[in-house]
Design a protein around this ligand. Structure first.
Ligand code: FES
Length: 66
């Protein structure tokens, strides 16, 4: 699932970053590069990607709770 179109970041990479940074969106963005170009994917309603960064972080959080 694509999280950031500009930087070509997939959900799996966000999931890995979540393990290191928790739900700190700035740290995850800095680490992966997601959201550092057009910034669309920093917003939940971005329609350029499958799963914008805030949603991807929520999903990673949910999955880590099981
Ligand atoms: S889609 Fe993520 S910075 Fe452009």
């Amino acid at each position: 699932m694509l999280v950031c179109d500009c930087m070509g970041i997939e959900y799996d990479e966000i999931k890995e970053a979540y393990k290191k940074h928790g739900d700190d969106i700035e740290a995850i963005s800095e680490d992966t590069g997601a959201g550092t170009a057009c910034r669309c994917c920093l917003h939940e309603d971005c329609d350029k990607v499958d799963l914008p960064l805030p949603n991807a972080i929520k999903k990673a959080k949910e999955e880590s709770e099981f």
